[in-house]
Design a protein around this ligand. Structure first.
Ligand code: PEP
Length: 252
């Protein structure tokens, strides 16, 4: 039995056509199951309204965004405001995914602005942290994560801290097929929890990095692993359902 509610979060990244989305939900609806954990999906932002409509009829999946702007409104062509996301009834937003940090040069200082603005609009925020392989090999895992937490989470108002979720995603494990062992992940999750200055015992800390139906169970057995942020294995209904089924079992 887990202390905190298990969350399985699918990050669809820049994938899925309308046809694939419809196939995903048709297959999901055929696989009847009683969800005891939370199942969340972050599609491309353009698909949020469609997924929200489907989720409304199925009633079991919450929808979020993969990124948002640090600005509320104005002349920022191509950006998506957290205000607009909140207006659309979006449940959560992922901020600081390693692909945003590495491909788009987003630093923790910028991510802090996004975190604060998203929280202001009452979006749940999944703030991602994680070390590269070079940093792990140089024994810098804990210092890198501590700095990402300290900078990215500064100035969060105490009354909004309950909306924060952390995802530990070692960069070397994302999309590579290499998962951190459950012990490696738990060591970092426990460290993260000691560094949270507010709501530490209740804050969800998700693990991400090549999570699949065949490795999720051992991860969820760990005390400080409260669920998973999943890329590749969240794209197909069969695997996503299997992950949710493991999440549900872990809740019992
Ligand atoms: C991710 O994108 O957050 C992720 C963990 O991807 P994958 O599961 O494919 O490694």
């Amino acid at each position: 039995m887990k202390k905190r509610e298990v969350h399985i979060v699918g990050n669809w990244k820049m994938n899925q056509t309308l046809e694939e989305i419809s196939k995903f939900f048709i297959e999901m609806s055929k696989m009847k199951m009683e969800l005891k954990c939370k199942a969340w999906i972050a599609p491309q932002s353009i698909h949020i309204p469609i997924l929200k409509e489907i989720a409304f009829t199925t009633g079991s999946i919450q929808i979020g965004a993969q990124n948002c702007s640090e600005h509320e409104s104005g002349a920022y062509t191509g950006e998506i405001s957290p205000l607009a996301l909140a207006d659309m009834g979006t449940e959560f937003v992922i901020i600081g995914h390693s692909e945003r940090r590495m491909l788009y040069g987003e630093k923790s200082e910028l991510l802090n602005k996004k975190v604060l603005l998203a929280l202001k609009h009452k979006l749940k925020v999944i703030y991602c942290v994680g070390e590269t392989l070079a940093e792990r090999e140089a024994d810098q895992t804990f210092s890198v994560i501590e700095s990402q937490l300290n900078i990215g989470l500064q100035n969060i108002p105490a009354e909004l801290a309950h909306l924060l979720i952390i995802a530990y995603e070692p960069v070397w494990a994302i999309g590579t097929g290499k998962t951190a062992s459950a012990e490696q992940a738990e060591e970092v999750h426990a460290f993260i929890r000691t560094k949270l200055t507010m709501n530490a015992d209740k804050t969800l800390i998700l693990y991400g990095g090549s999570v699949k139906p065949d490795n999720i169970d051992s991860l969820l057995l760990k005390e400080n692993i409260d669920g998973a942020l999943v890329g590749g294995a969240s794209l197909g209904a069969q695997d996503f359902r299997a992950l949710c089924s493991s999440g549900s079992t872990a809740m019992m």
